[in-house]
Write a protein that binds this ligand. Structure first.
Ligand code: GLN
Length: 590
């Protein structure tokens, strides 16, 4: 159907219409269906977890799914946001710096996403303003409705065309009633109208309160939240009730009655021990088939594929309960009071731990108070440490003290990005004898900057989307620990987000003194992985391997750390070596 036909069919308008709904080339109405997820009552309900779990169940059924997160803020991407306020910045293979929910989607769906899967108000407005300057709306006043909402619909349809999706999952950031996401909600209402019946399924996530003083569940906030959505012209098809405990039938009935949603579509999504059991919860309650029915997808699903994929997932989930060992891993960073700042690292550790039937207890260690005198005490109960990514100088000396301690005391160590750089500085200072070795980021006037700005970064001014970003190939040295971890591959793809590198003029001194650079950028002197011989596990990477870790295929660098830490924690047991542990998982995930 052409744009014109579509416009006529949905609005019967004349030439001087205010109707505006740009249609991407190749878009066929009815080919792609949409599930729209919105949150009411409060933020932080786990919309991304819900949405990605549901998308996973649809993907298992052989359907092509494409998620998109629609953020309300004006930043063009998440790269300039403080992880302490907004959670970690997640980096996609194509270099998009986005919300950490994209990590949840990648882990649940076990696939790489791209910039098509993420947008912000900033991106939408930028597009509109540049079109306006280009004269694309000549003669018209550019307005929130229809131009901004038109652009939002266009983003969803573009995603549908590009990915050939059967179902697009659109998750709207924030909470219904927020000023900044109103236009997204209006766009979804328009989309449902234009696409027609059985094309858009609206899901409202809400919170059922359980005040301690009352000892019972209360539904009023949920009712009011959903009413707010209905005032905006949206009738939800499915309601998911978040709660600490299973939501009682009485409360579900109340919510059903006040929102016109059939009782069988008002679900309890209560707290559970792991996000990876949410697909089970949804499946057990029949959410997946409710969506299939609502969107009339029954002719497109493949139950054989579903059985195969489900078995694999169940095998992973069963392992969540099989805990044979327990280890303590210290994360030594500066955002230690907000778990979300290091979300991918936590997930990567959990993914590796689950696959090795090992419970990983994470300990947050604030490096701004660590020094050579107290480091032994601070790390005394740890079986392994991670120095994570970071920017700026705060806590840098504490991190270097942690690296030194790990190196000298055979404590398993994984350095990520900034942690890789700190390991280079520590080695330069304490092994190569360059006492004032530093990073030009931490000490701009330092004489011996072994970590300096990348040449490609030198001319860049301003911040935002301009670091060395995204997936890049890493050339791995044969027979190195890295090579063994990566299943004897000599080239792997990892994701990056940095401005600095090992200063090439120091590489020879470092390697002459025993440091091994086992991963490099092909054709460039950019060092990407380091390791130490004669240490149970000492490895660092300029990349962020946590962004590639998935439940069924955890990052080998994290698995290596967990396996090494487990050996340290249980010295009397005959446990697999690091390499054996990694190989075992690689075999399983084939
Ligand atoms: N600040 C360092 C750099 O820009 C490390 C970055 C990071 O840890 N992501 O190179």
């Amino acid at each position: 159907m052409s744009t014109e036909d579509l416009m006529n069919s949905v609005s019967n308008v004349s030439d001087d219409t205010e109707f505006y709904t740009p249609m991407p080339d190749g878009y066929i109405r009815g080919r792609c269906k949409y599930v729209v997820i919105m949150g009411t009552v409060m933020s932080g309900l786990g919309k991304g977890i819900f949405s990605s779990s549901l998308a996973k169940l649809m993907q298992d059924k052989g359907l092509k799914v494409a998620p998109i997160k629609l953020e309300g803020y004006l930043n063009v991407d998440s790269g300039t946001l403080n992880p302490f306020r907004h959670g970690e910045v997640f980096v996609l293979d194509d270099g998009m710096e986005c919300d950490m929910d994209l990590g949840t989607y990648e882990r649940m769906l076990q696939k790489d996403l791209s910039k098509l899967n993420f947008t912000t108000s900033g991106q939408i407005y930028t597009k509109i303003l540049s079109k306006e300057r280009h004269g694309d709306y000549l003669g018209k006043d550019v307005q929130m409705i229809p131009h901004v909402t038109g652009e939002v619909k266009s983003r969803l349809r573009e995603l549908a065309v590009q990915t050939e999706a059967d179902v697009v999952f659109a998750e709207i950031g924030g909470t219904v009633g927020d000023f900044e996401n109103m236009f997204y909600i209006e766009a979804m209402r328009e989309l449902a109208y234009e696409e027609g019946p059985n094309s858009v399924c609206f899901v409202a996530l809400t919170q059922v309160l359980e005040p301690k003083t009352l000892g019972e569940q209360k539904s009023k906030a949920a009712q009011l939240g959903i009413k707010r959505l209905m005032e905006m012209g949206i009738q939800p098809h499915i309601i998911a009730c978040r709660a600490a405990n299973p939501v009682s039938d009485k409360v579900r009935q109340k919510i059903a009655q006040y929102t016109n949603v059939p009782l069988e579509r008002v679900f309890s999504m209560h707290d559970c021990e792991s996000i990876y059991v949410i697909p089970h919860m949804l499946r057990d309650s029949g959410y997946d088939f409710e969506v299939v029915k609502l969107l009339k997808l029954d002719q497109r699903i493949n139950l054989q594929n579903e059985r195969k994929e489900w078995l694999k997932w169940c095998d992973f989930v069963d392992r969540l309960d099989k805990v044979n060992h327990e280890i303590n891993i210290g994360i030594t960073g500066k955002y230690t009071s907000l778990r979300d700042s290091y979300a991918s690292i936590i997930h990567a550790l959990e993914n590796s731990g689950t696959n090795l039937s090992t419970k990983v207890n994470i300990h947050w260690i604030d490096t701004s108070i660590i020094n050579d005198d107290n480091v032994a005490d601070m790390l005394k109960d740890m079986h392994g440490i991670i120095v994570p990514g970071g920017f700026g100088s705060r806590g840098a000396e504490g991190k270097i003290a942690c690296v030194k301690y790990a190196r000298e005391n055979a404590l398993p160590y994984l350095g990520i990005c900034f942690g890789f750089q700190m390991a280079v500085i520590e080695y330069a200072r304490n092994v190569c004898g360059i006492k004032d070795a530093c990073s030009s980021e931490v000490d701009p006037d330092g004489k011996n900057a072994v970590i300096t700005i990348l040449p490609e970064q030198k001319g860049i001014s301003g911040l935002g989307g301009n670091m060395r970003l995204g997936g890049k190939d890493v050339e791995i040295a044969k027979d190195s620990l890295a090579c063994k971890l990566f299943n004897n591959k000599t080239s792997v793809r990892l994701r990056f987000r940095h401005r600095l590198e090992v200063e090439p003029s120091y590489i020879k001194t470092l390697t002459d003194n025993g440091l091994i650079f086992s991963g490099k950028a092909p054709g460039e002197p950019i060092m990407q992985i380091l390791e130490l011989p004669d240490h149970p596990y000492f490895i660092g990477t300029q990349a962020h391997p946590c962004f590639n870790s998935r439940p069924l295929s955890p990052s080998p660098m994290f698995t290596g750390l967990v396996a090494a830490a487990r050996k340290l924690a249980y010295p009397d047991q005959k446990l697999p070596t690091v390499v054996q542990a990694v190989q075992e998982i690689a075999k399983r995930s084939k």
